[in-house]
Design a protein around this ligand. Structure first.
Ligand SMILES: Cc1cc2nc3c(=O)[nH]c(=O)nc-3n(C[C@H](O)[C@H](O)[C@H](O)COP(=O)(O)OP(=O)(O)OC[C@H]3O[C@@H](n4cnc5c(N)ncnc54)[C@H](O)[C@@H]3O)c2cc1C
Length: 450
């Protein structure tokens, strides 16, 4: 049988469910489509994520060429490009890994009407129907979800599949338009801008190995933005340079408190993907619908100050400037700036979510939406609305010497240990006053929230 493996957010050649099945079924050709539905929406034509993808594809191409094969690249609408390619190559069946985002589900449903198409579980460990309550409904609270997730995992003797991908079954052919010899940037209307983290499985595996040395310290170290206490693997899992199973294998091979905490974070990732899959409306609306009645009191100029890192709150400004320059932001800082935008600047979480979507290298709809709705209290299992992060105490606690702040806010490089957290110059709003306004704003529509 002639098969096609269509890679999307799974840019690797190992432990790949769809590729493994395609190779087992017959002679396989691989394809990646630069999707104009997605690319046309990117305002920044030097978006670092495009370079990250290109780097990942180049690495794949080298490995395929070593086997006498090549990766076909297409640019256009997948619902047109995939059927066209099937026609040209006389493909009998298309294989791909499942994607749970609303756009991807719609796209795949369209394709399935045009070609023989099978999708596989790959990007999450458990899908929506696998971790459910005793009465068969999906969980809306993380801790019982996590307990059930772990119970299933243990029941299966902690088996983590590893999908074999024997590349000898790939179709051998020459491809003039391969991603190494042909300038795809020009063709798709983008320019190269290298991200700090190089795309591809080689780099991802190196980082995973390096993280092994510090995973036992993770529970504590993960809170401090000035140290490398987390794995920095999110972009690699986002684009599938690594499989989620690679990460889980790494977590369970260690027996430490840090490794268990790290596994919990990967379970959070499954949880948010399940929530998006089962409640697709969260893409645009609050999970708890009454939160959409909030009358946000914030001002556009304050939103701009937040985006540009000039609010006068050093930890917030440092985090936003770091995001703008690198496309990266530590989890602790994501929680601080998101809470700050909604609860101190009184601005709708959707504006912050969109800004992150444009700037984060690891942007993932499910995790980003989950994080924002958690921070604004509108999400499932979110913090209650009256819990408001104090940017001054967060800063003193998690960047006590101001190391991170001094790096990103040079005007405070020589400030005293006290001033680096709370400079004399007045910020754009008063934390204390706006905290009080926030409580009134939320309570006006959510009187019964606990
Ligand atoms: C407002 C906000 C927005 C966020 N947006 C995104 C996003 O767009 N993409 C994204 O991958 N993560 C997002 N997160 C979650 C988290 O901040 C990042 O996953 C983490 O900072 C990535 O760094 P790391 O790889 O070093 O993580 P580690 O601490 O090493 O964690 C390991 C992996 O677990 C997963 N993970 C960790 N924390 C979470 C979490 N809270 N929710 C879901 N998965 C998690 C990630 O895949 C991560 O790579 C967001 C969090 C918040 C509060």
């Amino acid at each position: 049988m002639k098969t096609l493996c269509w890679i999307r957010r799974d840019l690797r050649l190992h432990d790949h469910a769809a590729l493994s099945h395609a190779l087992a079924a017959g002679e396989t050709t691989m394809v990646f489509v630069f999707d104009t539905h997605i690319l046309d929406k990117l305002k920044n034509k030097s978006d670092k994520r495009v370079t990250f993808i290109m780097q990942s594809l180049q690495e794949i191409e080298k490995k395929l060429q070593a086997k006498g094969s090549s990766l076909i690249i297409r640019y256009g609408k997948p619902e047109e490009e995939i059927p066209k390619l099937c026609e040209e190559l006389k493909i009998e069946k298309v294989f791909a890994n499942r994607d749970y985002e609303p756009y991807a589900k719609k796209r795949d449903a369209l394709i399935a009407k045009k070609v023989t198409f099978e999708t596989f579980k790959d990007s999450v460990f458990f899908e929506k129907h696998e971790v459910v309550t005793g009465s068969g409904t999906v969980y809306k609270v993380f801790t019982p979800y996590k307990n059930k997730w772990l119970e299933h995992f243990e029941k299966n003797d902690k088996t983590v599949s590893n999908y074999e991908c024997p590349l000898k079954n790939l179709r051998k052919f020459e491809n003039k338009h391969n991603v190494l010899d042909f300038d795809w940037y020009i063709n798709i209307g983008f320019v190269e801008d290298k991200p700090l983290l190089h795309g591809g499985t080689n780099e991802a595996l190196k980082r995973l190995k390096k993280f092994d040395d510090v995973i036992s310290e993770y529970t504590e170290a993960r809170n401090f933005p000035a140290i490398e206490g987390t794995s920095n693997l999110s972009v690699y899992i986002r684009f599938g340079n690594l499989s989620v199973r690679d990460m889980i294998r790494a977590a369970v091979s260690k027996h430490s408190d840090g490794a268990s905490t790290w596994l919990s974070e990967i379970i959070w990732r499954d949880f948010y993907h399940m929530i998006l899959d089962t409640h697709p409306y969260v893409e645009k609306e609050s999970f708890k619908r009454n939160y959409d009645e909030i009358k946000w009191l914030g001002k556009e100029e304050d939103f701009q100050a937040w985006c540009e890192g000039r609010t006068g709150f050093p930890i917030v400004d440092a985090a936003m400037r770091c995001l703008n320059e690198t496309g990266m932001m530590h989890n602790r800082l994501r929680m601080i700036v998101a809470s700050f935008l909604c609860k101190i600047l009184l601005i709708d979480w959707r504006k912050g979510e969109r800004y992150f979507a444009e700037h984060l290298l690891d942007y993932d709809l499910a995790a980003n939406n989950g994080g924002w709705q958690w921070s604004s209290s509108s999400g499932c299992d979110a913090q209650p609305y009256f819990r408001i992060f104090n940017p001054y105490t967060q800063s003193e606690k998690f960047d006590s010497e101001g190391v991170f702040i001094r790096q990103w806010v040079p005007e405070l490089a020589h400030a005293s240990k006290k001033e680096v957290h709370r400079p004399e110059k007045a910020p754009i709003v008063s934390y204390e006053k706006n905290r009080a306004r926030c409580l009134v704003m939320y309570a006006a529509v959510i009187p019964k929230d606990k």
